[in-house]
Design a protein around this ligand. Structure first.
Ligand code: HT7
Ligand code: ZN
Length: 884
């Protein structure tokens, strides 16, 4: 395995312009004939052609129809003395899809054939220049048994189909758009479809199709609606239209990630396409909407303009996440629902990306090197990458950003581009903007890893009615980057008076006030901003809407936070104030007695939010949900997962007691029993009702009061949709109520044939709050359940990721059993599916910050995995970094 470095990028020795691929599909032995037209790159005359290949058997190589000499070295087919002009190259190989448990390349799932080529899967299908800057047009012929594989799909347009001898049939597909190999796809399976013809604003007709297994057709309506909404949104928002006559989505149950944006033939993990009210929760509905949109938006940001090399991954992923977040906000509608979506996105960033930036896997949004690129499909590249785009948007404004996108496509449509070129286009379209003025400094966000800290210190001068805000920034060292240069940080902010007024913002030296909300740009290590005509000492509301991916270290006391919670115009900062108040109390408990004591002031403030006549239910649910154990850990130098768990569980229980009557009120007001609709308001009501039920059930179970536990079981039985049924089940399981086992059994029996629901059943049990080791014991027992398998990633994740990533108190055990279990599973899964194994391996990223005895035991487990000589590059890279 060799380390690949960004600075080593060179153009390919040759360009491949056309590809004519033919597949004779057989699960045991598929024959692939690949006929290419190849042009030498004039920049590298006479260079040999090195084609990538992995786990395939080479049977023939012809140049312009003639056999030639070749050699295979380091998984590359090397051809020398090639013609100096364009030539034809034909390569025949075979592969064994049914043996492909890695799910990269061509594999079988539920008896059908599917492909996954990003990032390096195409080389597992045929020898190729498997890199994103080599773009070709493809013609694909598929041959397969007609009965077993009645549906034959590939990218582009169907140009021919028919029957063949021996019970086979064939289909020929042509994709007119040049594309990199990672966007190639084929499907051959027994599927049914929902389809719809749509006419866009420009008057073009398109055929939209969603292919699923026969029993799943009734779960495709939401995905179809989401696709139609995405098409309309991209046309309306960015003037980007669908450039294909036919756009297909196919669902597959064995898939390493969420979905894949193959040109015109998106392949989806079933989890992110199938949803109906009876089997999917509101969260699932939201995920389907955003993943369908995400993959569709890639058609422009990723496919029409792709990445020059894999270091530029965030060019397509960060931008497309930003676009899907914008879309989901627009779909949510009201300002309050938009804020809820923003809070959820920030919560995800903090839960996944902040820890990544603070650990051994910290890397810039545009990484500098990798061993296995699959390890860099990270929260940093995706979620932090989206925050970078969002900051550009903030610095140039809505219209400026659209102009920047327009220029980006004018310049780079049909090309393989870089992150620098994207930022340049946005800046060039907005000359004079804060971004254009500081572009070089802004681009440090792409090259410097780590989460910057912003400290704010405010002083009010009553005599001069001035408020001075001193902002400073620092950034912790990350692997390979001991010191950092200042970042360009947009600080959206306002000033809130103690009586709740949001004040006019008038900066010293400026002729006019800026209104009640403005953006300061912090670009130095320290800057001072002076506000004039400030009538009374204000509370600063900083980083409104989370305007930059930083940690704001506030000096605000509880009273100031209570003021923001009550009065801030910015809903994000209202929520943030509540989080800070809870976090402060949790940290105090963890650092001292281990037990929280919630004070009356805090309870009163939460009650005021819960009972507020105007706030939305969804927002209330977010405010009343305590920071996660992982988020608390982020704020500690030495982490004792058991202490954090105890502190958070105690606080939850105290809030369950203290707000009992309020929870009853909230439940009764919001627990509708009417028809299901996946709109933001109804989802918010269900979320709050379920939170309230969880608290009431916890209170009841702890006090041995059967009333609410019994009502919860009844609700579980009577529920008319999965959100409510699962919410009630979760309330029983999470409170360790005696009735929980009975409900779990019933749930399993009811949904035994619904794989995605059974995944939920596993993960609910794996994520239950640990109590006396019962949860860990149950997870081990569930590994033996007849429905459990490590071969289907969704199922494996439902138990293992749930334990190792999402249930710190069950995982980090004083007897080290969690770590032993982790090491065994990483090794076992690595032999099946290295991508899945390396995701699980990351559960130990933060072992160095653990308190003893966890730290030493974790290190021992890591060393045991490292000692295996036959680890995949994927797992080796993660383990090596962790131990460095
Ligand atoms: N662009 C897609 C990435 C992806 C992927 C990467 C590695 C291995 C398997 C994979 N499946 C999909 C998904 C996306 O971001 O849209
Ligand atoms: Zn993507």
């Amino acid at each position: 395995a060799t380390l690949i470095r960004r600075e080593d990028y060179t153009q390919p020795s040759h360009w491949i312009r056309t590809v004519d691929l033919s597949f004779d599909l057989d699960p045991a032995k598929t024959l692939v004939i690949n006929k290419m037209t190849v042009e030498p790159n004039p920049e590298q005359p006479g260079a040999p052609l090195r084609l990538d290949g992995e786990d395939i058997n080479l049977t023939r190589v012809l140049v312009d129809g003639e056999p030639v000499s070749f050699r295979v070295e380091n998984q590359q087919l090397v051809l020398e003395n090639l013609p100096s002009q364009a030539f034809g190259l034909e390569i025949r190989t075979t592969c064994a899809p049914e043996k492909n448990t890695q799910l990269s390349g061509l594999y079988t799932s539920s008896g059908g054939f599917f492909t996954q080529c990003e990032a390096l899967g195409f080389r597992r299908i045929t020898y190729f220049l498997d890199r994103p800057d080599v773009m070709a047009t493809y013609k694909v012929t598929l041959k397969a048994d007609k009965v077993r594989f009645p549906v034959l799909l590939s990218n582009g347009n169907l140009v021919e189909e028919g029957s063949l001898d021996g019970g086979k049939h064939y289909a020929v597909w042509e994709d007119p758009h040049p594309k990199p190999s990672y966007l190639f796809a084929l499907v051959a399976a027994n599927l049914v479809r929902r389809e719809q013809r749509v006419r866009t604003r420009l008057g073009h007709e398109h055929l939209l199709q969603i292919y699923v297994r026969a029993g799943d057709l009734d779960k495709t309506e939401h995905a179809m609606n989401s696709l139609i909404a995405s098409i309309a949104w991209d046309e309306h928002t960015y003037g980007l239209s669908l450039d294909l006559e036919r756009f297909m989505i196919v669902a597959v149950s064995d898939f390493n990630m969420g979905a894949m944006e193959n040109k015109g033939l998106n392949i989806f993990n079933t989890k992110f396409v199938l949803a109906n009210p009876a089997t999917a929760t509101d969260v699932d509905f939201g995920n389907v909407e955003s993943v369908v949109a995400h993959e569709y938006f890639h058609n422009w940001t990723g496919n029409r303009v792709t990445c020059r090399d894999w270091f530029q991954l965030s060019l397509k992923e960060g931008l497309t996440v930003f676009r899907d977040q914008q879309f989901s906000q627009d779909m949510a509608g009201s300002p309050s629902a938009r804020a809820v979506k923003r809070i959820e996105d920030v919560r995800t960033l903090r839960q996944l990306q902040f820890p990544e930036d603070a650990g051994p896997m910290a890397h810039p949004v545009r990484p500098d090197s990798y061993l296995a690129i699959d390890n860099f499909y990270t929260a940093t590249v995706y979620e932090k990458g989206a925050e970078l785009v969002r900051m550009m948007h903030t610095l140039v404004g809505e219209q400026g950003f659209r102009a920047g996108m327009k220029l980006y496509f004018e310049r780079h449509d049909g090309q393989a581009a870089t992150c620098d070129q994207f930022a340049q286009a946005i800046a060039d379209a907005n000359p004079g903007s804060e971004l254009a003025q500081r572009l070089d400094a802004f681009k440090r966000w792409y090259s410097q890893a780590g989460t910057p800290r912003v400290q704010a210190h405010g002083e009010y001068n009553a005599e001069h009615r001035q408020y001075t805000l001193r902002l400073t920034q620092t950034c912790p060292a990350t692997p390979g980057q001991p010191s950092k240069q200042p970042f360009v940080i947009p600080v959206a902010m306002g000033l809130v008076a103690a009586d709740g007024r949001n004040l006019e913002l008038h900066l010293e030296g400026e002729a006019l006030p800026r209104g009640k909300n403005t953006v300061l740009v912090l670009s130095e290590a320290e800057q001072v901003f002076t506000f004039v005509h400030v009538p009374a000492e204000p509370v600063p509301s900083l980083m409104r809407g989370f305007s930059a991916p930083v940690v704001l270290e506030t000096e605000l006391g509880d009273d100031a936070l209570f003021t923001l919670l009550q009065h801030d115009h910015d809903p994000f900062n209202r929520w943030e104030a509540a989080q800070k108040l809870a976090l402060r109390r949790l940290l105090r408990a963890v650092r001292t007695t281990g037990q929280t004591e919630v004070d009356e002031h805090f309870v009163v403030a939460l009650r005021a939010v819960l009972r507020h006549p105007e706030l939305d239910a969804a927002f209330k649910e977010l405010v009343l949900t305590l920071p996660s154990e992982g988020y608390v850990a982020e704020h500690l130098e030495v982490v004792d997962p058991q202490r954090i768990h105890a502190a958070r569980e105690t606080m939850k229980l105290q809030l369950a007691h203290a707000l009992h009557d309020d929870w009853v009120w909230a439940y009764e007001q919001h627990a509708d029993n009417g028809g299901y609709s996946p709109d933001a308001t109804s989802m918010g009501r269900r979320a709050l009702a379920n939170l309230a039920l969880g608290m009431l059930c916890l209170d009841g179970a702890t006090r041995h009061n059967p009333v609410w536990v019994g009502r919860t079981l009844q609700r579980f039985k009577d529920a008319t949709n999965m959100t409510d049924r699962f919410g009630a089940l979760a309330a029983l399981v999470n409170s360790h109520a005696e009735l929980a086992d009975q409900a779990l059994e019933r749930f399993h029996a009811q949904y035994k044939d619904e794989a995605l629901v059974i995944d939920k059943w596993f993960s609910l049990q794996a994520m239950a709050p640990e109590k006396d080791g019962q949860v860990f014991a149950r997870i081990k027992a569930l590994m033996q359940h007849p429905d459990f398998t490590l071969r289907t990633p969704n199922r494996a994740r439902s138990l293992l990721m749930a334990l190792c990533q999402s249930n710190p108190a069950a995982f980090h055990r004083a007897d080290a059993a969690g770590y032993v279990f982790w090491a065994d599973r990483v090794i076992e899964i690595d032999g099946i599916n290295p991508q899945l194994a390396s995701r699980l391996a990351r559960a130990m990223d933060h072992w160095r910050r653990l308190a003893e005895p966890y730290r030493s035991a974790a290190q021992e487990a890591l060393k045991r995995v490292a000692a295996k000589t036959d680890l995949s590059d994927d797992v080796r890279e993660i383990i090596t970094r962790a131990l460095q």
